[in-house]
Design a binder for this molecule. Structure first.
Ligand code: SF4
Length: 278
């Protein structure tokens, strides 16, 4: 992959080293994101980063060098929608976790996909609320013991990528932190889409999640991702039973619906012509 080795342009070097635990996948996501920015040649002045609360929210804030909005827990999509409406020509990127975006902020996520707001969402799914000590999340697999479900999670996990696909997103993909090249390529595709784009990135949290499923080291979880991922092209050959517990990776949808701010601005323009503007 051609790169200009200007990744330091996108990083706040003075903040390093990061506060991520050893073996955490957040560093991999950060690395993929800045290499993608460098490869595509995105001017950081055209980038607005929005995040919420959680370990993966540290990826944009404080480690990335661009205009950044660090918002309240579960609300980055709502804030980002406001930013995109006011700055439709900018790359408005949300990087945050599963608990933040799909748990607390699940309603915002679903409706942003339905509206096809031109956000780029990189949702880091580590299966749990990591920063706050390992509470059950809507993405936690059934049976896994967590701080708040000490005898095992009784709920089925949420399939985030399928939900936003059904809601109407233009671009949806799922990768893991093991598939770094594919992830970077997918990030590039997402950045180039006009409408709502989401990549669900399965990422290891050895400290708050891995130890509960006997995958105590980051490398254990990376091996798990390698051995349990199924490319979407191969799912047709497998039964539901064979797919149980597997991570379906690849591009789930890539389509072109009218982007929300384009529709909104057309309505505003039409109305201004009708009534005149001061
Ligand atoms: S608690 Fe988990 S997600 Fe958070 S920094 Fe540590 S390993 Fe990463």
């Amino acid at each position: 992959m051609a790169a200009n080795n200007n990744i330091l342009n996108y990083i706040r070097e003075e903040i390093f080293p990061t506060a991520f635990c050893p073996g955490c996948g957040c560093g991999t996501v950060l690395n993929c994101f800045v290499h993608m920015l460098d490869k595509v040649g995105i001017d950081k002045r055209d980038l607005i980063l929005v995040t919420g609360i959680g370990c993966s929210s540290w990826i944009p804030s404080p480690y990335l060098e661009a205009d950044t909005l660090h918002t309240t827990h579960g609300r980055p999509i709502a804030f980002a929608t406001g930013v995109k409406v006011m700055k439709p020509d900018k790359y408005v990127v949300v990087i945050a976790g599963d608990g933040d975006l799909a748990g607390i902020g699940g309603n915002h996520l679903m409706h942003a996909a339905r509206r096809n707001v031109g956000l780029k969402v990189f949702l880091v799914n580590n299966y749990i609320y990591g920063m706050t000590g390992g509470q059950v999340a809507p993405t936690t697999p059934t049976g896994v013991p967590t701080t708040t479900t000490p005898y095992g999670n009784p709920e089925p996990p949420m399939n985030i990528a399928e939900i936003v696909t059904a809601a109407g997103a233009d671009y949806v993909a799922r990768w893991t932190t093991y598939h770094v090249r594919k992830l970077m390529h997918s990030m590039e595709q997402a950045m180039k889409k006009k409408g709502f784009s989401l990549i669900e990135i399965m990422s290891q949290c050895p400290v708050s999640y891995g130890k509960r499923v006997k995958l105590k080291k980051g490398s254990d979880m990376l091996r798990y991702f390698r051995d349990n991922s199924v490319p979407i092209q191969k799912t047709g050959d497998l039964t539901e039973e064979e797919l149980s517990g597997k991570i379906v990776i690849g591009k789930l949808v890539d389509r072109e619906r009218t982007e929300f701010t384009a529709t909104l601005n057309a309505i505003v323009e039409k109305r201004e012509k009708e009534v005149g503007t001061s």
